[in-house]
Write a protein that binds this ligand. Structure first.
Ligand code: 3HC
Length: 298
């Protein structure tokens, strides 16, 4: 299969990352069907996408007609079969749980045509391991987007042990069509980007635990001293503290490197329901800013 042959894309999971990916695919004119676990979440996801597109119209980044054409390409469903039966590419953005992902890929392997490429937006779980749940490891690849997916330019592409060149080329070309810059990293826990960012955030949380500086002070120092667009705590709250926690635990278990050991403060916050910025994570009690009762500026 070549990129020109791709007509239908299925996106599994329409949360923070999935909704951005749906927006990108539909914006390119692909028939885009997303799968979610309940009608209520399908509805909420549609509203999230519509809200994001409306803001793009308000900002003059797209016309109202383009927005309507994009929305017309999107369909949401709670049926995995309906979502994936005609897909040329499946992009997966469900929770970061290896068993759940493997179970889902196994089901999809039976639902999808033989030519369908399976792309995982996992930020950490090894591609070769996920691919082993299917009978098409050559058509399995990592396509790692960054939050917000419709804005951030990078796509980290990860080949599993037996991913074919043909699969790589389709996903590379799709990334280019999306206006992204694809960069290849080797398979392994956390690839490059996730090991880099989670290690950094874990170390910053340890410095906070030590009392070296406060949440707002650290964010200000990193923004103004190092030019990050957002401070590390705003970023951590934005990515999701549950996600960071699970990624650290996985990287720690797989590598044995104590740099990835999840800090106790993070563990405590996640257990208590502080899983990130409530504007991004519905149902969250808050992130670092709410936990430490610091007013948000960003
Ligand atoms: N919380 C929630 N959403 C925010 C936000 C915040 N603190 N700040 C910005 N946004 C959203 C806006 O609502 C907007 O969404 P929309 O297009 O749907 O309206 C979008 O971000 C872009 O906003 P702006 O056009 O106003 O752009 P800015 O100039 O404010 O830049 C930013 C926003 C692009 C998010 C910038 O601050 C940035 O680059 N931050 C760093 C992001 C980053 O590091 N992402 C990678 C995270 S790691 C990851 O994703 C990997 C994963 O696998 C773990």
């Amino acid at each position: 299969m070549k990129i020109e042959d791709v007509k239908n894309i299925c996106v599994l999971g329409c949360g923070i990352m999935g909704s951005g990916i749906v927006q990108l695919c539909a914006g390119l004119g692909y028939n885009t069907t997303f799968y979610e676990i309940s009608d209520e979440i399908v509805k909420r996801s549609m509203e999230r996408i519509k809200g994001s597109l409306s803001r793009a119209v308000e900002k003059g980044k797209m016309t109202k007609e383009q927005m309507e054409a994009t929305m017309a390409k999107i369909k949401g469903t709670t049926s995995l079969k309906e979502a994936a039966a005609n897909a040329d590419i499946v992009i997966e953005a469900i929770p970061e749980n290896l068993e759940l992902k493997k179970k889902t890929w196994k089901q999809l392997d039976e639902i999808c045509p033989k030519h369908t490429i399976f792309a995982s937006n996992t930020s950490s779980l090894m591609i070769t391991d996920q691919a082993s749940a299917t009978n098409r490891p050559d058509k399995f690849i990592g396509m790692h987007f960054f939050n917000p997916a419709h804005v951030m330019k990078l796509v980290e592409i990860i080949r599993g042990a037996v991913t074919s060149d043909e699969t790589y080329k389709v996903i590379y070309d799709l990334s280019i069509k999306m206006g992204k810059v694809p960069v290849e990293a080797k398979d392994g826990p956390g690839f490059f980007t996730t090991r880099f960012i989670c290690y950094t955030i874990a170390e910053i949380i340890r410095l906070l635990e030590l009392g070296i500086a406060g949440v707002k002070e650290i964010d200000t120092m990193v923004r103004l001293g190092f030019g990050w667009p957002m401070g590390p705590f705003v970023l951590a709250d934005f990515v999701g503290l549950d996600t960071i926690y699970h990624v650290l635990e996985y990287c720690y278990n797989e590598t044995g490197n104590p740099a990835y050991k999840p800090p106790m403060l993070l563990r405590k916050m996640v257990i208590a329901g502080y899983i990130g910025d409530p504007r991004q994570k519905p149902g969250s009690r808050g992130g670092f800013y709410e936990y430490f009762n610091v007013p948000r500026e960003q």
